[in-house]
Design a protein around this ligand. Structure first.
Ligand code: CAA
Length: 249
C-alpha cells in the first residue's frame, strides 16, 4: 500500500544493484516519485520487467556517473521527463579488491571514479537547483570499510572515506538553503557484491559482527527513506553506521 506523504522526486544512482533496488522499492512505497540510474542496458531491461511484475513502476535513466558529461546528460533528461530532483542518493559503487602490492592502476582509478568522483559529478549538477528551491536531501552511501579500513580494499576504503569528507564540507556550505547532506555507512549487507567475497573470508567477517549475520537491504533502504523525509531537516553532516555492531566507536 503506497503512502502519500510525499511526492518529491528522488534519484537513486546504481538503482539496479542490491541496495539500489531495495531503496527504489522502499521509497516508492513511502510515496516518493522514484527514478533510478543504470549503466548496463541488459541488466536494466531485466530489472524493469522484474519491478513491473512486483507492481513498481519506476523509470530508469542511463548514465555513466563516473563521467561528468554523462551524469549531466542523465540529470538533464530526468529534469525534462520527470521534473526537478529533490533528493539525490549517491549509491553507485564497485569493488576491485586486492592487496595494494598487486593492485593494477585501473583497479584504483575505476573504483575512485565510480565510487567517489561520481559523487561530485552528480551532486555538482543538481545542487544549483536545490539551492534555488531552498530544499534538498543528498545521501551518500559509503561503507563500514571507509570508516575502519579493510585488508584488500585500499581503493574502496579511500573512496568511501572520501565520500564522508565531501558530506561534511558540503553540509556546511548548503545548510542555509534547507539542504541536508548525510552519509550512510552500511556494513556487510546481503548483496551480490558481498556474496562475491570468498566464502571463507566472509565467514570470518560475519564472525566479527555482534548481530551474527549479514544486514538486509531493506534495513539500509529504510534509513535512506528516513533521511529523505521533510522531518529530518536538522540532521546534516552526519554519518549513520548500519553494521550490526561490527564497528563501534
Ligand atoms: N588480514 C590479514 N591477512 C590477510 C587478510 C586479513 N584480513 N586477508 C588475507 N590475508 C593474507 C592471507 O593470509 C595471505 O597471507 P600469506 O600469503 O602470508 O598466507 C595473503 O593475505 C593473501 O593475499 P593475496 O594477495 O594472495 O590475495 P588473495 O587472493 O588471498 O585475496 C583478498 C586477498 C582479495 C583481500 C581477499 O582476501 C578478499 O577478497 N578479501 C575480502 C575483502 C572484502 O572484505 N571486501 C569487501 C567486499 S563487499 C564491500 O565492499 C561492501 C561493503 O561496503 C562492506
Amino acid at each position: 500500500m503506497e503512502k502519500s506523504n510525499n511526492k518529491r522526486t528522488v534519484l537513486i544512482t546504481g538503482a539496479t544493484g542490491g541496495l539500489g533496488t531495495a531503496m527504489c522499492k522502499e521509497l516508492h512505497k513511502d510515496g516518493y516519485r522514484v527514478v533510478g540510474n543504470y549503466h548496463t542496458k541488459e541488466k536494466a531491461d531485466k530489472w524493469m520487467e522484474m519491478m513491473k511484475g512486483e507492481g513498481f513502476d519506476i523509470k530508469l535513466f542511463y548514465g555513466d556517473v563516473s563521467d561528468f558529461e554523462s551524469a549531466g546528460e542523465m540529470i538533464k533528461n530526468i529534469e525534462q521527463e520527470v521534473g526537478t530532483i529533490d533528493t539525490l542518493v549517491n549509491n553507485a559503487g564497485i569493488t576491485r579488491d586486492g592487496r595494494l602490492a598487486k593492485m593494477k592502476k585501473e583497479d584504483w582509478y575505476d573504483v575512485v571514479n565510480t565510487n567517489l568522483n561520481s559523487v561530485f559529478n552528480c551532486t555538482r549538477q543538481v545542487v544549483d537547483g536545490m539551492i534555488e528551491r531552498n530544499f534538498g536531501r543528498i545521501i551518500n552511501i559509503s561503507s563500514v570499510n571507509g570508516q575502519r579500513g579493510q585488508f584488500g580494499q585500499t581503493n574502496y576504503s579511500a573512496a568511501k572515506a572520501g565520500m564522508h569528507g565531501f558530506t561534511k564540507s558540503l553540509a556546511m556550505e548548503v545548510a542555509k538553503y534547507g539542504i541536508t547532506v548525510n552519509t550512510i555507512s552500511p556494513g556487510y549487507i546481503a548483496t551480490d557484491m558481498v556474496m562475491a567475497v570468498p566464502e571463507k573470508v566472509l565467514t570470518q567477517i560475519i564472525a566479527q559482527v555482534p548481530m551474527g549475520r549479514l544486514g538486509g537491504t531493506h534495513e539500509v533502504a529504510h534509513l535512506v527513506s528516513f533521511l529523505a523525509s521533510e522531518e529530518t531537516s536538522f540532521i546534516t553532516g552526519a554519518n549513520y553506521s548500519i553494521n550490526g555492531g561490527q564497528h563501534v566507536y
